[in-house]
Design a protein around this ligand. Structure first.
Ligand SMILES: C[S@@+](CC[C@H](N)C(=O)[O-])C[C@H]1O[C@@H](n2cnc3c(N)ncnc32)[C@H](O)[C@@H]1O
Length: 187
């Protein structure tokens, strides 16, 4: 077997194992959101971002950068953050950030459950029901800052969305908008 095949094969195997390991660890695969969902989220962000200086937006579980990169391109005036645990998707998103020269985008390779998110005004997620339940427990508390959460595909259990849109695609994916924290009405 030529050594190049061996190297490429080993690297591919490592990549697959690494993604499998992260998926087991987080319980969320690094599957990118659909193009249509992204378009809806970007339009919603344009509507919901408060008219204030220094607003920060974050994609919790930024994967390959499929949403964080378009967010940073569409809103160069805002600081965008991505949090991702899986190193290969994170690395690819870092390369894309460099390729597009997105100085307003910070991509953290870390667990968003352990990150201080108090400074983030708008959160975007595409996760799973269990992780959404954990996020609700953490972020929808009176002592938490007021902020907006836009969730692709998965609702926050026990919380009424302020608005839900359906993406015009095969599964009619729901996109829910929530107001979290101190000023929520349903507490
Ligand atoms: C379905 S992907 C979504 C990717 C991207 N947001 C998009 O819309 O294309 C979810 C990502 O969340 C990451 N993730 C899940 N839990 C996490 C955690 N606690 N901290 C950081 N990343 C996490 C997973 O590794 C996965 O890559």
């Amino acid at each position: 077997m030529p050594w190049t095949t061996l190297v490429v094969g080993s690297l591919s195997l490592l990549a697959v194992l690494s993604i499998a390991y992260s998926t087991v660890r987080t319980s969320v695969p690094p599957m990118p959101s659909s193009m249509r969902s992204r378009r809806v989220v970007l339009d919603l962000l344009a509507e919901y971002v408060p008219d204030q200086p220094n607003v920060r937006l974050a994609d919790l579980g930024s994967g390959w950068g499929g949403l964080a990169i378009p967010m940073a391109r569409r809103f160069p005036q805002y600081r965008i953050e991505g949090y991702e645990l899986s190193w290969l998707p994170w690395l690819v998103s870092r390369l894309m950030k460099a390729a597009f020269r997105l100085d307003n985008l910070t991509l953290h390779r870390r667990n968003f459950n352990r990150a201080d998110l108090d400074h983030v005004g708008i959160l975007v997620t595409y996760l799973n029901p269990n992780v959404m339940a954990q996020l609700k427990q953490r972020l929808d508390r009176p002592e938490q800052p007021r902020r907006t959460l836009i969730s692709i595909g998965f609702a926050l259990p026990g919380k009424t969305a302020e608005r839900t849109l359906r993406v015009n695609e095969l599964y009619n994916t729901p996109i829910d908008i929530y107001r979290l924290g101190r000023t929520t009405n349903d507490r």
